[in-house]
Design a protein around this ligand. Structure first.
Ligand SMILES: NC(=O)c1ccc[n+]([C@@H]2O[C@H](COP(=O)([O-])OP(=O)(O)OC[C@H]3O[C@@H](n4cnc5c(N)ncnc54)[C@H](O)[C@@H]3O)[C@@H](O)[C@H]2O)c1
Length: 362
């Protein structure tokens, strides 16, 4: 199979791991890099053996089939729309877009043009969450009845070199970290029917303590503690908390509770384990060996899977409908808090196909 030539737009903090992995995953080849800051594109291209281009030149280059959009959230929509307009398939970092209407527009435009849209995260394609998927599908915990998902920390201004976007529209703990948890939950249990929640802003400003912006005070425009309740279409009830306001907590990352037992899933921001099961009557949790490949940081796996889908005519697992459903859920939780009522979801998506146990090369 001829590898799909990928052009990256946005060569910031997360681009390095993508570039390393694209070099290892057979269905894709990193061909070009672009950034508003050309020096970043140049540095990335030099390090990973690609061409550095201006954004418009990359979009006009007939060699590039797929644009990997690693810009900050507020640019996801414009960059993805430009890629689709230029006839390229596009895979966005999360969230798919900031507004629902933007996400919908991308899916409609892609359908009209016969192009594919995909979106991060792809951690649910890794060894840990695919093992969870297999356990649930094989009935290891019986019918899922509930789930909890917790992501608590004190924000990203202590380590990210340019953390402003985490506190602007499109950021906040739910839009930033929620996609890992929600994508994992939808992949394990299916679509969500309705959501409710409560949100708050605890600190109206944040002070950056990372370099090079140490001491800079930034405004907080979005809720930083978000608690949501999810009714899944299969009848299960999920509880999710994402927070940038918590100094310390003793909560699990992700657990699924079934009629016949419980499943402790790994951190959905990672690709590996541990995966643990405790069935009714057991007196302890049992760690389950991972059944699938990609336990290491494999960001880019979803891009490779999309490239295979592109060549074979199939559907990408980390596809646009899934990313849009997750965007819809995140908005629904915030809306429900503002309106004091449940928000019904109009979007839905099928559970993505499980990964082959032999990996993408199988
Ligand atoms: N940093 C992480 O650990 C991490 C992890 C997972 C996902 N992500 C996601 O990856 C995305 C990028 O995050 P980051 O941490 O790399 O941010 P970053 O600020 O370090 O890098 C973003 C890059 O995009 C460029 N850019 C912005 N708008 C652009 C435009 N319109 N056209 C071309 N280039 C543009 C910027 O110049 C910058 O170089 C975000 O969606 C984030 O949620 C980040």
């Amino acid at each position: 199979m001829e590898p799909v030539k990928v052009g990256i737009i946005g060569c910031g903090a997360i681009s390095g791991i993508y570039c390393r992995n694209l070099g290892k995953l057979r269905p894709v080849e990193l061909a070009a890099c672009a950034d508003l800051d050309f020096a970043r594109a140049q540095a990335c291209a030099d390090e990973y053996g690609a061409r550095a281009l201006e954004v418009d030149t990359l979009l006009a280059d007939p060699e590039i089939e797929l644009v990997l959009n690693l810009t900050t959230p507020n640019a996801h929509f414009e960059v993805a729309r430009a890629a689709l307009d230029a006839g390229k398939h596009v895979y966005n970092e999360k969230p798919l877009a900031v507004e629902r209407e933007e996400g919908r527009h991308l899916l409609d435009l892609a359908a009209e043009k016969g192009l594919l849209v995909g979106g991060a995260p792809d951690t649910f394609l890794g060894a840990g969450l695919q093992t969870c998927r297999k356990l649930i599908d094989e009935g290891a915990i019986g019918e899922p009845v509930a789930a909890t998902a917790f992501m608590t920390c004190h924000g990203h201004e202590s380590w990210h070199p340019a953390p402003e976007f985490y506190y602007q529209v499109g950021g906040g703990p739910m839009f930033d970290m929620g996609p890992y948890y929600l994508t994992a939950l939808v992949s394990l249990m299916g679509a969500v029917r309705r959501a409710t929640g409560s949100t708050r802003i605890t600190f109206p400003t944040r002070t950056i303590t990372s370099e090079p912006k140490r001491g800079t005070v930034i405004p907080v425009d979005v809720p930083t503690h978000v608690a949501g309740i999810l009714d899944f279409r299969n009848g299960a009830i999920g509880t999710i908390i994402t927070s940038f306001d918590v100094w310390a907590a003793g909560l699990p990352h992700l657990e699924i509770y079934g009629r016949e037992g419980s499943l402790s899933a790994p951190d959905p921001n990672t690709f590996g384990g541990p995966v643990r099961v405790r069935r009714a009557g057991d007196d302890a949790w049992r760690e389950v060996p991972l059944t699938h490949p990609y336990p290491e940081n494999s960001r880019g796996l979803g891009v490779a899977d999309m490239a295979l889908a592109l060549r074979s005519g199939g559907a990408p697992r980390a596809g646009g409908e899934l990313a849009f459903h997750v965007l819809d859920i995140m908005h629904a939780i915030h809306e429900a808090s503002n309106n004091g009522a449940h928000a019904e979801l109009t979007s839905a998506c099928a559970r993505p196909e499980p990964m082959p146990e032999g990996g993408l090369d199988a």
